[in-house]
Design a protein around this ligand. Structure first.
Ligand SMILES: Nc1ncnc2c1ncn2[C@@H]1O[C@H](COP(=O)(O)OP(=O)(O)OP(=O)(O)O)[C@@H](O)[C@H]1O
Ligand SMILES: [Mg+2]
Length: 134
């Protein structure tokens, strides 16, 4: 068991690469399988990239929750950007207001065991991603 947490500031693209590394380290710490690691790191990458591109920067914090075989990694990504006006639309495959493919949110959602998103114009966007070890 651990009460450690790791926070990565997300300001520029290179910070996304660092967030990926920390996500990998956290998944390794819980003994995650290769496939779960890849899925979680990919989801983190998409969400962190959105925080940089659309959220005017933010931060992502990782922590380990649970005990023994039931441990999982939670990543909470927050930004103080403009928020997402139409959440249902934003979560659709192929929807983008930028120059992307519009697959970041929808893809990330499918890659993790828990996906929560809260967004408002006042408070920005918070995405919570959770993955178990297996
Ligand atoms: N943190 C955020 N703050 C504000 N708007 C966001 C945020 N994340 C996503 N969005 C909005 O939701 C849309 C969909 O995001 P998504 O990640 O699915 O696609 P994308 O970033 O446009 O393209 P891709 O991720 O495939 O390169 C974005 O185009 C943007 O309008
Ligand atoms: Mg995206």
């Amino acid at each position: 068991m651990t009460d450690e947490s790791w926070t990565v500031a997300l300001v520029r693209q290179s910070d996304v690469a660092f967030a990926r590394q920390v996500a990998m380290k956290a998944m390794t710490a819980i003994g995650a399988s290769a496939i779960k690691k890849t899925k979680f790191v990919t989801a983190v990458s998409e969400i962190a990239r959105n925080a940089v591109i659309y959220g005017h920067g933010g931060a992502i914090t990782f922590r380990v929750v649970g005990i023994g075989l039931h441990r999982s990694v939670v990543g909470e990504c927050t930004d103080r950007g403009p928020g997402i006006a139409d959440m249902q639309l934003a979560l659709k495959d192929g929807y983008t207001t930028g120059s992307g493919l519009g697959l970041g949110l929808s893809g990330a959602r499918r890659l993790v065991d828990r996906f929560d998103i809260i967004s408002s114009a006042e408070s920005g966007t918070t995405v919570t991603l959770e993955s178990a070890a297996r």
